[in-house]
Design a protein around this ligand. Structure first.
Ligand code: PLP
Length: 625
């Protein structure tokens, strides 16, 4: 637990069982009821499902919805706050239908709503958020169709709030509202002055992409007053960025937003809701700090700062407490899904078994390296320096045609052997020479994982996000090797470069040696927010197979697989790139038939190869192991 930080990033959902397997306690109300992740994976494999797969624990999703809503409700009660909490889930964070359905279902007792940021998302939320008491918040840039769909929502008695991001949207909305004779509910998104920190700091400040300046807000208020539509202005919105790591920025934003809200109400704008956007962070790296992959606060603290912060400002300004809306996406979904994959190979710099025996007339550089192989008496730094300079000279000699290929192979093999020996003999406590410390990284293996980082962990590649990686079993055993995790894309960028090791972030990760005949499964956790839906088609790998896991209510600790959503087949990904797979199959068949006619393939073989090509088209894009 300590080594991989499972307890720290696990938020109570993940831990390590006595049998060395990852344990999951998906229901926050029943923390002692756990399921064994290895049993889940074994069942997936027994059902003939090929890894890699996304495993969704729907009970975690429900727990997160309950925790957020109940924390707001309890804090509101404790603070004697007069407004309600009516949160929304921003579907851009995970638009999977099953995820949205689960959130809507779990959120029903709290009138938990949805947020959309684009036209297709708006169409989805219209169909899935039918609760007339729950809000539908409409963000993002809008055109006439977007606004008209929102007006249709009002006709359906939904609480659809059109958040005006820029002045021109209001000028588009006014005539449409008149044309369809619908009274819209309007929100105003404020461009905040507080400067947030972290990867999404661009979401606030003067240069923010979205939102209205104070001058624009006042112009909009005036315009609405002229049109006799001021009563439609219901909500003030702000969002200063996702994954806010420092609670002080949240407090500042709440205080700025609440002050703006109060001043607008005092001017006669009949606002009822204050929407604080998203930003509630996740402790991905388990450090509980202000790193970009963590947060220095808990959900309780976040909620308390929002509720008490808004109350204090509104009491001072003598305006009624607004209903509070938040748009937490990451915090709702991150924990519920993980990617489970298998290791399909190991790339080791020092693993090649090559005969290094001396030969008559061999080059002096080869014999020099051989002497270093047995020079255990030398100081490790001196032995390392000599080996490194000998290798560099050998490279130069090879370029001038002085060394043969077998000689080069011997030098390389001996070099890595020397480095491994130096590393093995080093007294870890006296690691003082920096170059020797780097030996660990130089000798680290790469474990090849059957997945694509671009598909399943886009943020690790794009913004240096840390995601926890842990073997799902053998955790009672001390790991024996250090390695990095590389994916199966043909891109050297396709590897993870940051790993959790204890309370540190390391360049590589301790793992267990691979045993012949045993599958070693690794889980990448906390992938439920953004990672699940941002994947791209790099190398045409496409979506992973999804397995939806639920806990048995009547048999604590037991689970069942409710649904399996097959991953994208090779033909499906090819079709999204405009390939006609029927045409491809026919063309390949024709080429095979030609060889059959020529006699270079037997007819029976021709049929077999044709079937095989078609089977591969219908099959998985990932490696079959
Ligand atoms: N609301 C808006 C307007 C956003 O832009 C975002 C994401 O950046 C969110 C909500 C969700 O934020 P988070 O996932 O940090 O909760």
């Amino acid at each position: 637990e300590e080594l991989y930080g499972v307890k720290r990033w696990g938020a109570g959902y993940f831990s390590i069982g006595e049998n060395g397997n990852i344990k999951i306690a998906p229901n926050h109300r029943l923390p002692d009821v756990t399921i064994d992740m290895k049993e889940v994976v074994d069942e997936i494999i027994a059902e003939g499902i090929q890894l890699p797969a996304v495993i969704r624990f729907h009970d975690i999703l429900r727990s997160q919805v309950e925790i957020l809503n109940e924390t707001f409700q309890q804090t509101i009660e404790q603070a004697d706050y007069q407004g309600k909490y009516t949160g929304v889930f921003p579907i851009k964070v995970n638009q999977m239908r099953e995820v949205v359905e689960e959130i809507i279902d779990a959120g029903e007792p709290y009138n938990y709503g949805l947020e959309a940021g684009s036209k297709p998302e708006l169409m989805a939320v219209m169909a899935y958020n039918e609760n007339p008491e729950a809000l539908t918040i409409l963000n993002g840039y809008k055109d006439e169709d977007y606004l008209t769909l929102a007006l249709l929502g009002r006709n359906l008695q939904r609480k659809m709030i059109i958040v005006i991001e820029k002045y021109s949207e209001l000028e588009m909305l006014i005539p449409l509202a008149r044309k369809y004779n619908v009274e819209p509910m309007i929100g105003l998104r404020s461009k905040m002055m507080v400067k947030s920190t972290g990867k999404w700091s661009g979401s606030s400040g003067d240069r923010a992409k979205f939102g209205l300046s104070i001058a624009e807000i006042l112009n909009i208020v005036e315009r609405l007053r002229q049109e006799d539509m001021l009563h439609c202005a219901k909500l003030l919105h702000f969002h200063i960025g996702s994954q806010l790591s420092d609670i002080r920025k949240i407090k500042e934003a709440v205080s700025e937003g609440a002050r703006l809200y109060a001043k607008l109400v005092q001017m006669g704008v009949p606002l009822e809701y204050l929407d604080i956007g998203g930003g509630l962070g996740i402790d991905y790296d388990g450090t509980s700090s202000t790193t970009d992959s963590s947060r220095n606060y808990s959900t309780d603290e976040y909620v308390a700062d929002v509720v008490w912060g808004v109350k204090q400002v509104c009491d001072l300004e003598k305006v009624p407490h607004p209903n509070l809306v938040s748009e937490s996406g990451r915090a709702i979904t991150a924990h519920h899904s993980c990617v489970v994959t298998n290791i399909v190979g190991e790339v080791k710099p020092s693993s090649v078994d090559y005969d290094i025996s001396p030969e008559d007339g061999e080059h002096i550089l080869v014999s020099n390296m051989r002497e270093l192989v047995s020079a255990e008496e030398l100081h490790p730094q001196e032995r390392y320096n000599d080996a490194a300079s000998n290798k560099a000279s050998a490279y130069e000699a090879f370029k001038f045609g002085i060394l043969s290929l077998p000689e080069m192979a011997k030098i390389d093999t001996m070099y890595w052997q020397i480095l491994s020996d130096i590393h093995a003999d080093l007294d870890k406590d006296s690691y003082i020479i920096q170059e020797l410390e780097e030996l660990e990284d130089m000798l680290a293996s790469q474990y090849l994982c059957n997945f694509s980082i671009f598909q399943s962990a886009a943020d690790t590649w794009a913004i240096g996000q840390v995601l926890p990686i842990v073997p799902i079993s053998r955790l009672e055993e001390q790991p024996q090797v250090r390695c990095s995790i590389a994916d199966i894309t043909c891109d050297s960028d396709g590897k993870l470069s940051k790993y959790i090791e204890g309370t540190e972030i390391s360049d590589n990760i301790p793992m267990h040696t691979l045993k012949k005949g045993e599958e070693y499964h690794v889980g990448m956790f906390l992938t439920g927010a953004y990672q699940d839906v941002m994947g791209d088609m790099h190398n045409l790998f496409g979506r992973l197979t999804e397995v939806h896991v639920y806990c048995h209510d009547d048999e604590p600790g037991d689970f069942y697989i409710e649904e399996v959503v097959p991953g994208t087949s090779a033909e499906k990904v090819l079709e999204t790139m405009q390939y006609n797979t029927d045409f491809m199959a026919k063309t390949v068949k024709k080429s095979i038939d030609r060889q059959v006619r020529k006699g270079s393939l037997a007819p029976r073989e021709g049929v077999r190869w044709t079937d095989f090509y078609e089977k591969c088209l219908a099959g998985s894009t990932y490696l079959k192991v």
